[in-house]
Design a protein. Sequence first.
Length: 450
Amino acid sequence: MTAFTVALVLVVAAAGLLRWRRPAWYWLAFGVTLAALRVLVRYRSVMDACGLTVPPARWRLSLARATNRPIPEPRPPRIRRLRPTRTGLVLRLKLRPGQDVFDIAAASDRLRHSFSMFGVTSREVRSGVVEVRMTGYDVLKRVQMPAETETRAMRVPVALREDGSVHYRDYRAIPHALTLGATESGKSVYQRNLVAGLAPLDVALVGIDCKQGVELFPLARRFSALADSPDTAAELLDALVARMADVYRLIRTQQRITVDVPDAEIAADIWDLPDELRPTPVVVLVDEVAELALYATKEEERRRDRIITALVRLAQLGRAAGIYLEICGQRFGSELGKGITMLRAQLTGRTAHRLNDETSANMAFGDIAPDAVLAAIQIPAELRGLAIAGDVSGGWHCIRAPHTSLRQAVNLCNRYADRTPDLPELAPFRPTTGTATEPVPSAKAAPAAA
């Protein structure tokens, strides 16, 4: 008995230590079993307490009265499947007649407390079937991406959602996106994860970084074109518009709309073309869009109108030509001048890191998901990288990208430098990767030796 007691104390101590220092290990070792048992044992009583049961059918009541049996109890949704994951549990429920998906969503917080889980979210799989995802610990406190993720063309994993699932950036589903965030909010880390995910793919990366290239030029070996000033950006965007027109001419000549060709083979974008004819898709990353929209002189105003017009044309027409936009900035609203709201309307995906005011949050989500506005301005300053991601469908999630240092991103871009396509239209903007030979002067002169 003494040995058993000592072993039990050691197991409890180890579980407590793991839960404090390594919650993911604790969940896999102890938490998942305890949580599954807790859900199965408490399920009926919890559903009844949360108002998620329905009265028994009339024929069952009549049968109970006719046979002098006890009245049947209210029925909760039927459990179809209980699946453990590395971050929590996935519960698939079959709703009873008269129940609605909103009932489950409205009771999420009560389910979280009743089942002693960290978070509970729900979504409708199909009519009458709801998937409830429960997380056993704070997965966003220390982000650990799964070792294996789904990989498809133009679809890269960039962050982890609060329910433990992977947040993907799918360019074929959401061609253009807007990313907002205040200074030191984690916007640059999110952008690095995006570049790191795109680096191994057959895609051309084009960057516009008007901060003299301090964010994107270290990654230059994987970029087909880079611009570090508004003047260069205007010329680069004009070259992209010209490339878009050339791609459309190629699609038009290869549409195959003759009567002897089935309709399914008619080409309407680059993904309908044969592999040997398909142009390389292009992802354009704009680091700070406000630097492209601000002006102080008439000449700068003409340049600004030229840039915004080119961006709007790419946003409206670039998807079928395989040109996708990633617009980043601290603010993005009508105060940046004409054409900005037209551009924002074409940016389907929205991601907002910590913002300093409600107006900035309204710029991102006010027109698509008003519920996400309050969540975006409540992100604490110490949780850098935490963000709210949504799209024009109205749905939104809390996400956090894993920390990727600039050195890690540079090493990854250098590893896949051989995948950088050489596009003739963008050849004048191809960055040079030579090592600087002249030293950069320091801000302060070193003190003279005594």
